[in-house]
Structures are given as C-alpha cells and as structure tokens.
Design a protein around this ligand. Structure first.
Ligand code: PLP
Length: 279
C-alpha cells in the first residue's frame, strides 16, 4: 500500500472506557478484541481493575478518578475519536468525571450500563444508578441494557417483550440525547428456543420511535461471559463503519450470535467461559 505522508488518512477511533477483566472475557479486553475482529481502531481507558476468572468476579479496585480523567483527556486531545463506548464505571466519582468529559464530546456515546456481573457480583452499587443516569446515560446517544439493567434503570418489571419495549420507549422522554436503545433479549422468554433482540430508534425528522427486531436461535451454553461488553463494542464498531443504527444493530446481533455458536462447546476454565473472539 502506498503511504501518502503529505495527506495521511485520519484513523477514526473508538474509545472504550471500562473495567479490566484479567481473564480476558469481558470489559476492556473483550472490547479491544471486538474492535480488532471487526476492523476498527480501538483505544482504551481503564476505570477499574477487577480480579476474576471464569468462576466469577472476586473483587474490584477503582482507578483514582483523577487518573481516569487523565487517560481519557489525553486520548481525546490527540486521536480522532468518533465513538466512545462506556462499560463498567465502578463508582460515582468516576461516573461524574466521565460525564464531565462527555459534555464536550460531539460524537456517538454508546453506554452499556454495567451494574452487576452475571454471577451476581455488584460492579456498581444500586444506589449509584441514579448518578449513572444523570451523568452518563443523560449524555449517551445509544443505550444497550440487558433485561436486568432495563428493570433497574426504569423501575419497571418488564415481564414480557411488550412491557420491555414500552419501558425502552419511555427512556427517550427521560434521556433527550438518546437516538437508539437496544434491549438484549437473552433473558426474555427464556423457555423459548428463539432469542429476539429489539432496536428502538428515534427517527431523524419526526422524532418518532421506530422498533426493529432481530431473532436468532437460542444457544444453551455457559460460555456467555462478556457478551454484553462484546455486543456494545460491536454496535459501536459497526456504527463507525456503516454510519447508521439499524445496520449496526443487525451486524452486532449477527456478530455476537456467531461468536456464541463458535464458543459454545469450548472449555476455557472451570466456570462460565468467554467468547472466542480469536476465532
Ligand atoms: N467484568 C467487567 C470488567 C465487566 O465489564 C463485566 C460486564 O460488563 C463483567 C465483568 C461481567 O461480565 P458478565 O456479566 O458477562 O459475566
């Protein structure tokens, strides 16, 4: 490839602001693997260190909020960040620092509202969810909650898909900057053999909320650690490549579904395995 040093091409970047998972399945590690597999450049600022393996999260250590700010500021001052993906934040102080930094950011903000790991370990205290809403979700353009997160954020029971979609639609009134909400259907109607994910998106001119669905076969496997992080990162990466929400949604659903299928029969440890991004 010929390199034009007079007019080098700007490399659009997605910045993940999230926690570190040393077992490589979730958090920053999953995000960067996802960006590489999809073919976009990823940067990463760490909010918390976690100690965990496939058997679950044992503990987490928040990074000094001053240092979270420093990491993000230096990346934003220099690289061509068009998308920010936010995962585990850990504490209210860190949430406020991130919120502050987002106030001046003009690109897409994809928020995966990480509250609790699937093993039940809290990754953000429930009392801090209000702070997450006020400082980060309020400045997000895309929100990707799973059912449990949607229930906590909306206070609604969301016992069936219709209720979940109604709760999702109500989020657009509460958070004015939201353009799209993806409700991941893995924990909806768990007895059925099909999983249906929902995209709710605000239409440009009218502001009407349109809904789209994507269905795929349910894979019964324990190897789902980090699927939430992977989905939100895939959505950010595909949005960077395609420039619109519906295509990003369909591509991200397909990407995660293929990964879950590839990973289902692999053994990484003795607990709930991650996705095999390397395959
Ligand atoms: N660890 C980190 C750093 C995370 O960000 C997350 C989820 O977002 C988890 C652990 C939990 O992952 P899971 O619930 O998929 O096991």
């Amino acid at each position: 490839m010929e390199i034009n040093s007079k007019h080098p091409e700007k490399v659009e970047t997605v910045l993940s602001i999230a926690g570190s998972d040393p077992s490589g399945g979730a958090g920053i590690q999953a995000d960067l693997k996802t960006f590489v597999s999809i073919g976009v450049y990823g940067a990463a600022a760490i909010t918390c260190l976690t100690a965990q393996n496939t058997r679950g999260v044992s503990a987490y250590l928040p990074v000094d909020p001053y240092f979270v700010r420093k990491q993000v500021e230096l990346v934003l001052q220099d690289l061509f960040v068009t998308h920010i993906k936010i995962g585990m934040t850990g504490t209210e102080e860190i949430i406020k620092v991130i919120g502050d930094l987002l106030a001046d950011f003009k690109g897409e903000v994809i928020c995966d509202p990480v509250i609790r790991a699937s093993d039940g370990h809290a990754l953000l205290e429930k009392e801090s969810v209000v702070c997450l809403c006020d400082h980060i979700i309020n400045r997000a353009t895309v929100l990707t909650p799973n059912l449990a997160e949607l229930r906590i954020i909306t206070g609604k029971a969301c016992t069936d898909p219709n209720e979940a979609v109604q709760a999702g639609i109500a989020l657009f009134d509460r958070f004015k900057g939201l353009r799209a909400v993806v409700i991941k259907g893995g924990h909806l109607e768990e007895e059925t053999e099909t999983v249906t994910d929902h995209l709710l998106a605000r239409e440009g001119e009218s502001g009407n909320i349109i809904t789209k669905t994507a269905s795929h076969k349910r894979v019964r496997t324990e190897n789902t650690h980090g699927t939430g992080c992977t989905f939100a990162s895939a959505f950010a990466a595909f949005h960077m490549l395609k420039g619109e929400y519906e295509q990003a949604f369909l591509n991200a659903v397909n990407f995660v579904d293929r990964l879950v299928n590839k990973s289902a029969s692999l053994k990484f440890g003795t607990g709930c395995g991650p996705l095999a991004h390397h395959l």
